[in-house]
Design a protein around this ligand. Structure first.
Ligand code: DX5
Ligand code: ZN
Length: 225
């Protein structure tokens, strides 16, 4: 039995945008594995964040992978822009696209890892036929649209179902969770089999990113897999 390495993806939605370069570098220097960018269009979700120009700017500041979460309507129209901006992973909401296979192919054709997600009230059956075609499944543990919301523990059932599917199907996708992650909820996620924890306010709202990142990573440190 070996210890699982849990990865941490700080979401810059909670960063101080006056000092974005300093913020993302501090997260990277603090041990972040990925930087998570939340793209909101005011249509698919009731909030607007930022677009490919900011993604491109962040990319220039870091050497760790850039994890881009598209919360936008018709994401197929913007795949090229976000891939060109430097996304290493590009995740789409399954219910925002007409043809998942076409979107997955378009992302992969640009050499970018493919991610899929759904909101807490949507079933994983929306994408489970394509689990062999994705690198990443993002489980939303809050409704997409805003940082700082409360973790919804019922979504951990989806994590368990996905770990079963992965094991039984000999599949290789990673499981990421996003929303309301703190030391307490992180431990529950790690227990359930999550590989990557996205965290915005818990990290960027803390005074020491390094110790917060370590704290989240080790939240389930006694668990073995
Ligand atoms: C929610 C976003 C999250 C958000 C997480 O729509 O997808 O990535 O930034 O923020 P916290 O960690 O504050 O819940
Ligand atoms: Zn996100």
């Amino acid at each position: 039995m070996k210890k699982r390495k849990v990865e941490i993806a700080p979401s810059i939605l909670a960063a101080d945008f006056r000092y974005l370069e300093r913020e993302v570098k501090a997260a990277q220097d603090g041990g972040a594995d990925w930087i998570h960018c939340d793209i909101m269009d005011g249509v698919f979700v009731p909030n607007i964040s930022f677009g490919p120009m900011v993604v491109e700017a962040v990319k220039k500041c870091i050497t760790i992978p850039l994890d881009v979460h598209l919360m936008i309507a018709a994401p197929q129209k913007y795949i090229m822009q976000f891939c060109d901006a430097g996304a290493d992973n590009l995740t789409v909401h399954a219910d925002a696209v007409e043809s998942l296979p076409d979107v997955f192919d378009a992302i992969r054709a640009r050499g970018v890892n493919v991610g899929v997600t759904v909101n807490p009230d949507k079933p994983i059956s929306l994408f489970e036929h394509y689990l062999d075609r994705v690198d990443l499944v993002l489980i939303m543990s809050v409704y997409a649209g805003f940082g700082g919301q409360k973790f919804m523990p019922e979504v951990l059932e989806k994590v368990s179902a996905l770990t079963d599917r992965r094991r039984l199907g000999d599949l290789a996708f990673s499981i990421e969770i996003d929303g309301g992650i703190n030391a307490e909820t992180a431990a529950r996620c790690i227990d359930a089999g999550v590989d990557i924890l996205v965290s915005g306010s818990c990290i960027f709202g803390s005074s020491n990113y390094r110790s917060t990142i370590e704290h989240l990573r080790n939240a389930g440190k006694d668990r073995l897999s």
